[in-house]
Design a protein. Structure first.
Length: 240
C-alpha cells in the first residue's frame, strides 16, 4: 500500500460555522463576514494517528462535532520548566495553536487565515495550521518545533519549510517564511496595487493621499483557510 503523502489534511466542512472559506488570495482586512452558529457541539479526539495523547473534551452532548483539545506530552529533563504548555485545538481536522485563536479573537473581525505548516524534518511533518504573521510563525516554531531559539538573532539557522534549506539569521526566518513561502502581500483597495510587505504598504499610503482610507486586502500565493477564532473559542476552546 502506498504511503500517505506529507502535508495532506481533510477538506474542512464550510457549513460547520467555524470556517469562512478556503482561500488562496482572499483575506480581506475589515471584512464584515457573517458566520452561522454551530449546530453540532460534541468534542472528539483528532482522527490523526500521530496525535492521540492528552485529549480533553470540553463540550459534550448527543450530537457529533470534530473539535478537540490536545496537549503535547511534557518532556522531562534539565532546564527551567515552561510556565504554560503549548495547546492546540483540533477544528474539523485542522490543528491550530490556541494562542493563534486568542490572537484572532482580539482582532477587529475575529477572523484568522491559517496555513498548513510545512516546517519539518524528513519523515516528520508538522501537520498543524498556523496564522501567517511574523510573530505567530515565530511562536509556532519556538513552541512546537523547539529547535529555533530567537533570542540570539545574530546566529544562523536553516529554514526547514518545505525543504527550503536556505541559511539565514535566525531573526530573519519568520519574515522569510511569511513572504517567501506563504507569499503574503497587501493589495491596496484604492489603486489595486499589490505590495509585498506591511512596511511597504504603510509607505505607500503615506505617499498616496487618495489611498489612505481605502484599506488593503491580505493576499497569499499559497492556500489558506479563514476561521472565526472567537466562535471556535466560545464553542470548543479552553479558557485561560
Amino acid at each position: 500500500m502506498a504511503s500517505k503523502p506529507p502535508y495532506t489534511q481533510p477538506v474542512p466542512d464550510p457549513s460547520s460555522g467555524f470556517f469562512g472559506s478556503t482561500r488562496y488570495q482572499h483575506g480581506n482586512f475589515g471584512a464584515n463576514l457573517d458566520h452561522p452558529s454551530f449546530t453540532r457541539d460534541t468534542l472528539v479526539s483528532s482522527s490523526s494517528s500521530s496525535i492521540t495523547e492528552n485529549v480533553t473534551n470540553v463540550i459534550n452532548d448527543d450530537r457529533e462535532r470534530q473539535v478537540a483539545i490536545y496537549r503535547p506530552p511534557e518532556k522531562k529533563g534539565l532546564g527551567r520548566r515552561r510556565s504554560k504548555r503549548a495547546c492546540a485545538i483540533n477544528v474539523e481536522g485542522l490543528r491550530i495553536d490556541r494562542d493563534d485563536l486568542y490572537y484572532g479573537a482580539g482582532r477587529g473581525n475575529n477572523m484568522i487565515y491559517v496555513h498548513e505548516c510545512q516546517w519539518a524534518t524528513p519523515g516528520n511533518p508538522c501537520r498543524m495550521w498556523i496564522t501567517g504573521s511574523n510573530s505567530r510563525v515565530g511562536a509556532h516554531i519556538r513552541n512546537w518545533h523547539r529547535g529555533q531559539n530567537h533570542i540570539d538573532t545574530k546566529s544562523t539557522a536553516e529554514c526547514l519549510w518545505g525543504g527550503c534549506g536556505k541559511t539565514m539569521l535566525k531573526g530573519s526566518i519568520n519574515r522569510h517564511i511569511v513572504t517567501a513561502h506563504l507569499e503574503e502581500a497587501f493589495r491596496c483597495q484604492g489603486c489595486d496595487r499589490e505590495l509585498p510587505r506591511k512596511d511597504v504598504y504603510n509607505q505607500h499610503i503615506e505617499d498616496s493621499e487618495s489611498c489612505r482610507g481605502a484599506g488593503a486586502a491580505m493576499v497569499y500565493g499559497t492556500p489558506c483557510v479563514e476561521i472565526d477564532a472567537s466562535l471556535v473559542l466560545r464553542r470548543g476552546g479552553a479558557t485561560r
